[in-house]
Design a protein around this ligand. Structure first.
Ligand code: GLU
Length: 305
C-alpha cells in the first residue's frame, strides 16, 4: 500500500503570533481588535497564539491591570499558551543585547532631561519622529569619555541612544549592502507578504535603553519576538513606522525577521485613535454596561476604518 504523503499541516510554514499589551491601563476596543485578529489568524493558520505582558515600565505597571487583561481576554473567548511571558523577567537578556550594541559603539549615554531637549529644539527645530516627538538634537552625542565618567560618577541618570548614522552603516555592511526592508502581509490566505522599504532614520537617535529600566519598548520587543520564535507579528498600524527601527535592531543583533501584519486602527466618532484615556471604550466598562463578546465582535467589524 502506498504511504500517504506528509500531511499538509506538517508542510505548512510555522505560524506563531502574540498579543503583547502593556499593563498600564485597561484594554480597550483597539486591543480587542489586535488580540482577536492574532488569535483568529493563528487558528486559521494552524498556528500558536501567545500572550506577552510588556511590563518593562515598573513604575506604571499595576498587577491589577495584568489581572484585568487576562480577565478581559478570557471573557472575549481567547485562549493562549502558558506560561505567559512577562518582560520584567527578561532584564538580563535585554542587558546582554544592549551591551553588545554598546561594545560596538552603536549606543551612547544621554544625560539630557526632557526639558533640556525641548529647550534645544525650541531654538533649533529639527523635525519630529513618526510619533510626533521632537527628534533628538544630539545634546550628548559628543561628550568626552572623561565627561561621561564624571557625570556617571555624579549619579546623573542617563539613557542609551542609538547612533543612527553609525547603526545604518553597520547594518548596511552586515547585510552586504542589501536595502533594509520588512515584509508586510495583508493576512489574505495564500498571499505572499509585500516587501516594504524600512526607514529607521525617521526615528533619529532613538532611545534604546531608558533611564529607569534596562530596555525600551523597541529593544524588548525585538529580543522577545526572537526568543519566543514569533513568525508573524500582528499589531496595529500605529506601530507601522516603528517596524523600520525594529528591523534595524534585528539586523544589528542578528535576530530573525518575522512577517508583519499591521491591522487597521479603530477610530472614535471624532476620528481620534482609541486610547486608554478614552474610558468609554474600555472592555471592562463595556462589559459592565452589558456588552457581550458577540456584540464586541460586531462593533469591531462595523467600526470605521
Ligand atoms: N506593548 C505594545 C502596546 O501595548 C505593543 C507591542 C507590539 O505589539 O509590538 O502598544
Amino acid at each position: 500500500m502506498l504511504r500517504r504523503p506528509t500531511s499538509i499541516t506538517t508542510l505548512r510554514a510555522p505560524f506563531i503570533t502574540r498579543f503583547a499589551p502593556s499593563p498600564n491601563g485597561d484594554l480597550h476596543l483597539g486591543h480587542a481588535l489586535s488580540a482577536i485578529t492574532g488569535f483568529e489568524l493563528a487558528a486559521r493558520e494552524n498556528g500558536r497564539f501567545l500572550l506577552r505582558i510588556e511590563d518593562i515600565d515598573i513604575q506604571r505597571t499595576r498587577e491589577e491591570h495584568v489581572a484585568h487583561i487576562v480577565e478581559d481576554l478570557r471573557w472575549l473567548g481567547l485562549t493562549w499558551e502558558e506560561p505567559v511571558l512577562r518582560q520584567s523577567t527578561r532584564f538580563d537578556a535585554y542587558r546582554k543585547a544592549f551591551q553588545s550594541l554598546l561594545d560596538r559603539g552603536l549606543l551612547y549615554p544621554c544625560f539630557a532631561t526632557r526639558s533640556e531637549v525641548d529647550a534645544a529644539v525650541a531654538i533649533d527645530p529639527i523635525g519630529t519622529d513618526p510619533d510626533g516627538a521632537p527628534l533628538y538634537p544630539g545634546l550628548c552625542k559628543h561628550l568626552t569619555p572623561a565627561e561621561i565618567e564624571r557625570r556617571r560618577a555624579n549619579g546623573e541618570p542617563f539613557c542609551l541612544r542609538l547612533d543612527m548614522d553609525r547603526a545604518l552603516t553597520v547594518a548596511h555592511e552586515t547585510s552586504g549592502g542589501a536595502p533594509l526592508t520588512f515584509r508586510e502581509w495583508n493576512a489574505e490566505p495564500g498571499t505572499p507578504p509585500a516587501i516594504v522599504a524600512a526607514d529607521p532614520a525617521r526615528w533619529g537617535d532613538a532611545i534604546i535603553v531608558r533611564k529607569d529600566t534596562p530596555a525600551s519598548y523597541h529593544l524588548a520587543v525585538v529580543i522577545d519576538d526572537a526568543m519566543q520564535g514569533i513568525t508573524h507579528v500582528v499589531r496595529g498600524r500605529d506601530l507601522y513606522a516603528a517596524t523600520g527601527l525594529h528591523r534595524l535592531l534585528q539586523v544589528l543583533l542578528s535576530l530573525p525577521e518575522p512577517v508583519y501584519h499591521h491591522h487597521r486602527l479603530l477610530l472614535d466618532a471624532e476620528g481620534r485613535k482609541l486610547s486608554k484615556t478614552l474610558r468609554h471604550t474600555s472592555l471592562r466598562a463595556m462589559r459592565a454596561a452589558g456588552a457581550t463578546p458577540a456584540a464586541i465582535r460586531t462593533t469591531l467589524r462595523n467600526a470605521r476604518i
